[in-house]
Design a protein around this ligand. Structure first.
Ligand code: NAD
Length: 480
């Protein structure tokens, strides 16, 4: 059995109330460990440690702070296999995906922000012969980083790295569903030379440790990634305390395929954008709109490939689809499959739970599922399912595709497939989403602004935007 601890002031601590939650492997349905069910008392200990560490950490030159973050990136790379195994065990994702996506990206997050802080310049405004104004960007102080279960270490470090690089101290809470790699990061952060109290990791539930963290008066900013309803709840708590908020929330992303596109590439990439991580990526394209002229060829090629996706043991090299993260989430997805039938959808493939033989017999597996014949405004096409379920819809005109693409409360990302560059730009600019990919998907350059419009979030992460978020601007005006 694995026993996780909180990481506070550079040391591992048991939760004050001695409560623990079970850790479940969704591929086997078996408990493999326990994680602290922390309370306000633990959060307060972490806040005290972070507050005490802040004056010294902010005074460390950016270059030196960066060196330690780059060292942490190297340690993640050195421990890639252990971290990937832990991520797969905790989340159910294919080990191959954890090895090639989650863990390398966690390392890149630290390497990127460790160096980005050294390129973070401020502005000056000169009024010739009159005054010189310059901007100082002060680190905010102690900040909260709260992350979800779908890309556990990837998203956890995407918040922590810029906060630390900017000179803030952090109290972070990973998802209670997938806390294992965050725990392993505690040890590595110590090895990388982060002083005690600079990074504190408190485990526990959203309503428990998470709520206590959001409410704590010592927290200056909250960087949150998770569901839209949780984001709204956090905003209601934090706004009256004037805490800075960065909210990365849900999505219902359109994937628009025009007849003139490279169809093979569109099919290949749509397969990934539909089903990578069992469709549990906020950027997955769950609504596929296909221009009528290529609807049937696209459908035939896409379905042939979907049927080839091997659902199975996440540790097997041949597995393309691992387990759904939890039994509760599996049932939520299955309820949307029922709803799709009720709403008149035609099931093209999938739709059933999968029984994997052997050690995974009790796991939570689902066939990749494709429907057609669902109206753009039906619930299945409006609500975030966050699983391996996509819909296909033919369209006749560009305007129709744009209207449907924009016709949800979400606005995170979109993908456009076309060889017509003028159209690609025109359509991209009309889409109410924070990220548009043209003829690609999930291509990430960490310098770019990342975030959603409408109910998909508030603020932008990535590059200098993240460093701006974790700092506060002060203008100094000098009379000349
Ligand atoms: P969730 O909102 O249930 O939980 C996210 C985190 O918030 C967890 O750590 C949870 O413990 C914590 N939390 C819950 N209630 C809280 C509260 N009252 N106070 C403080 N913290 C609280 O989300 P989830 O189910 O873990 O993740 C799935 C969701 O995340 C999906 O909606 C997905 O679209 C979204 N997501 C968004 C992005 C993005 O970048 N926009 C990326 C990944 C996932």
């Amino acid at each position: 059995m694995v026993q996780l601890h909180n990481f506070i002031n550079g040391e591992f601590r048991a939760p004050a109330a001695d409560g623990y939650l079970p850790l479940l492997n969704p591929a086997t349905g078996q408990v493999f460990g326990h994680v602290p069910d922390s309370t306000a008392a633990d959060v307060d200990q972490a806040l005290q440690a972070a507050t005490a560490a802040f004056p010294a950490w902010r005074a460390v030159p950016a270059e030196e702070r960066g060196r330690r973050l780059v060292r942490l990136a190297e340690l993640i790379e050195l421990n890639l296999e252990t971290l990937a195994q832990a991520e797969s065990q905790d989340n159910g994702k294919p080990l191959s995906l954890a090895r090639t996506l989650d863990i390398p990206r966690a390392a890149s997050n630290f390497a990127f922000f460790g160096t980005a802080a050294q390129h973070f310049a401020t502005e000056t405004h000169l009024q010739e012969g009159v005054a010189l104004n310059y901007t100082v960007r002060h680190p905010l102080g102690v900040v909260a980083c709260i992350s979800p279960w779908n890309l556990p270490l990837y998203l956890f470090t995407w918040k922590i790295a810029p906060a630390l690089a900017a000179g803030c101290c952090v109290v972070a809470k990973p998802s209670e569903v997938t806390p294992y790699t965050a725990y392993l990061l505690s040890e590595l952060s110590r090895e990388a030379g982060l002083p005690p109290g600079v990074l504190n990791i408190v485990h526990g539930t959203g309503p428990g440790a998470g709520q206590a963290l959001v409410e704590h008066p010592g927290i200056k900013a909250i960087s949150f990634t998770g569901g839209t309803a949780t984001g709204a709840h956090i905003a209601r708590t934090a706004a009256p305390q004037f805490k800075k908020l960065s909210l990365e929330l849900g999505g219902k992303n359109p994937n628009i395929i025009f007849a003139d596109c490279d169809l093979d590439a569109a099919v290949q990439t749509s397969l990934r954008s539909s089903f990578a991580n069992q469709g549990q990526i906020c950027l997955c394209g769950s609504r596929i709109f296909v221009e009528r002229g290529v609807y049937e060829p696209f459908k035939a090629a896409f379905l042939a490939q979907v049927r080839e996706l091997t659902v199975g043991d996440p540790l097997a090299a041949s597995t393309r689809q691992g387990a759904i993260v939890s039994e509760a989430h599996l049932h939520k997805i299955l309820s949307y499959i029922d709803l799709a039938h009720q709403e008149g959808g035609r099931l093209l493939t999938g739709g059933q739970r999968v029984q994997v033989p052997g050690r995974c017999a009790e796991g939570y597996f689902l066939q990749p599922t494709v429907f057609e014949n669902l109206a753009p405004d039906c619930r299945v096409n409006q609500e975030e399912i966050f699983g391996p379920v996509v819909t296909l819809t033919p369209f006749d005109h560009e305007e129709e595709a744009v209207t449907w693409a924009n016709g949800t409360d979400y606005g995170l990302s979109a993908t456009i497939w076309t060889r017509d560059l003028t159209r690609a730009h025109r359509v991209a600019h009309q889409l109410h989403v924070g990220v548009v990919w043209v003829n690609t998907w999930l291509h990430r350059d960490l310098r770019t602004p990342f975030g959603g419009m409408k109910n998909s979030g508030l603020g932008r992460e990535g590059g200098l935007e993240a460093l701006r978020f974790f700092t506060e601007a002060q203008n100094v005006c000098v009379k000349l």
